[in-house]
Design a protein. Structure first.
Length: 258
């Protein structure tokens, strides 16, 4: 855990917001939000360590926490799904714990209200299917089971764009007061989506190279008609039908990388 602490990076802008909140008398609110974000990320971290995932860095921002892994792409779907929902599970446990602490008068009703408000807000926010929020990761994990890897990446980007446009239209339609925090969050997320769209070719080639160097041992198969790497799937051994014969993926990938 000591090594994990060294990988935590708190956004300078987040520190600035904490300072402004302290000066404006909203210090308790921002600290409560910070606690919720940390608890949420702890859920992801604990399960990541349990499954031996290599954490590269942990960014804590005003929009939440984001974990970057220095590891292979083709992980077990079960592990990936459980790690994706771990943040939600930790928040549900926190919700129950807060009620118990309030019952025994460890925290007062005002603090309980603020913590539960931010706990619910962070939970619902992360359920939105927009990259890089947890909701998008859960959907992406399900898509990868049934769809080729590259198509799953493109589809999650499309879902993210449609979702963020729908939210913006909803805000304009119901005439919600636009606050600076909304602009900051939307700017941050749109930037992340654009970066992910640009990264799709790199991620796809990274998967292919990983599978060439580290062949997986599974009993699930994906049969591809012709030499079309775009139909390559995660979590399965891929066979390519060429001249009425099925060719193993390592032979196809060796031609690409050798």
């Amino acid at each position: 855990m000591k090594n994990i602490c060294k990988k935590i990076n708190i956004s300078p802008f987040f520190l600035f917001i904490i300072l402004i909140s302290f000066l404006s008398g909203l210090f308790r609110e921002i600290i409560c939000l910070f606690i919720i974000i940390v608890i949420h990320e702890l859920g992801h971290i604990v399960l990541s360590l349990k499954y031996g995932w290599k954490i590269k860095k942990i960014d804590l921002t005003i929009c939440g926490g984001f974990i970057t892994y220095d590891d292979v792409i083709d992980k077990a779907f079960k592990e990936e799904f459980l790690i994706s929902i771990a943040g939600f599970l930790s928040q549900i446990i926190l919700f129950i714990l807060l009620i118990l602490l309030n019952k025994i008068h460890v925290i007062d009703d005002g603090t309980l209200f603020i913590l539960n408000k931010y706990n619910l807000s962070v939970l619902l926010f992360n359920l939105i299917p927009i990259y890089p929020l947890d909701g998008s990761k859960i959907i992406y994990n399900i898509l990868c089971i049934y769809l080729p890897y590259k198509k799953a990446l493109r589809l999650i980007d499309m879902v993210s764009i449609i979702s963020i446009l729908a939210i913006i239209l909803l805000i304009l339609f119901i005439n919600v007061k636009i606050e600076y925090s909304y602009i900051i969050i939307f700017t941050f997320i749109i930037k992340k989506i654009i970066m992910h769209i640009k990264d799709v070719p790199y991620l796809f080639n990274k998967l292919l190279l990983e599978r060439y160097v580290y062949p997986i041992k599974v009993n699930k198969y994906n049969y591809i008609d012709g030499y079309d790497l775009k139909l390559f799937k995660r979590g399965k051994k891929n066979f390519f039908k060429i001249n009425n014969h099925y060719v193993k993926e390592n032979i196809i990938l060796s031609k690409k990388f050798d």
